[in-house]
Design a protein around this ligand. Sequence first.
Ligand code: FAD
Length: 345
Amino acid sequence: ASATRSVARTSYAVQGQRPASSLVYIEHKNGKMNDSTLHAVTAAKAVGGDVSALVVGTESEVASVLDEVKQIDGLKKVFTAKNEGFAHVMAEVSSFLDSSPATSSGPITHLFAAHTAVAKNVFPRLAGTMNVSHVADILSVKYDDASKSTEYTRPIYAGNAILQIKTSQDKDRIGIVSVRTTAFDKAKMGGSGAEVEEVTAQPADSPTKFISEELTTSTRPDLSSASRVVSGGRALKSAEQFTAVMEPFADSLGAAIGASRAAVDAGYADNSLQVGQTGKVVAPELYVAVGISGAIQHLAGMKESKLIVAINKDADAPIFQIADAGLVADLFTAVPELTEKIKAA
Ligand code: FAD
């Protein structure tokens, strides 16, 4: 560890009077870039200065996403780090990031990624290795070139308070930053094709080995990026009723399905569907909460939605305080009726 750390110190030492220069970690899976990365690019652009991208993966993984990544608007360079050992993103092997790409193009001031499961896994370890803070789940970023300090905001206490964080180059040589995707627009595609540079990278030696992964597959839109989300709560009463009521409703709107934690804990819906403080954060154009009371931990994951509709039989349910439209009704009659009307429209 001490050897790794000393490499990091050399690479990132003394930011001095150099301008901002950010690197965005490109998340990808099955040969496609994860769209959430584009939000991280926008955050990197807000810093000012150069923005480059880093694609880490096996030879074929990198090859299949490279064309897409090169088209991201406003990138100075795309760095690629290819190695068969990068086949599955694991924090243990990805900690090579602390020294690699920066050395070929001058030190970087900020490393960004979208605040996804991947960044939540890789970035804390990386920051620990480099002895700097991981600034997680940011809502805004502002870099002051004169003082070389960066100011961030991030939600705390389930979004009930906003924390302001200021880092300075003396203490944090580099910002290791993950970005709340709903707080930044997607960077545009259609760039003129950034220059590509390969960097040599070896996966760090680790006793942790990848064994297998089991993924929930769905033909529905991805919950985190869907423009419409319908979520069901405890009121659905069973997994069968959750499916019978929510699936046709979601299909009628072309929506992704979400769930409250109570519904997930009771086994009505898969864990990957949980919306909220300890689930996914979504901000779709339309969010329909069905039989969900509106606990603050649930609101933390959906209150930035553009149009919130609540269906609840209790007129005093807290969800109505943030809903743009509400229907006080029994969901078992209202939702099937609504589904039929939407289909017929
Ligand atoms: P309930 O609160 O039981 O609400 C059910 C609602 O359905 C009620 O408002 C009721 O009026 C209505 N209803 C009942 N029957 C019908 C019917 N027939 N027709 C119409 N309406 C009906 N929760 C999350 O959702 N996401 C999180 O990420 C999350 N993280 C948490 C983290 C921590 C640390 C803690 C302590 C809690 C967390 N919770 C989270 C749990 C949260 O506090 C609530 O317990 C949970 O959101 C309640 O889920 P619910 O609204 O489905 O259930």
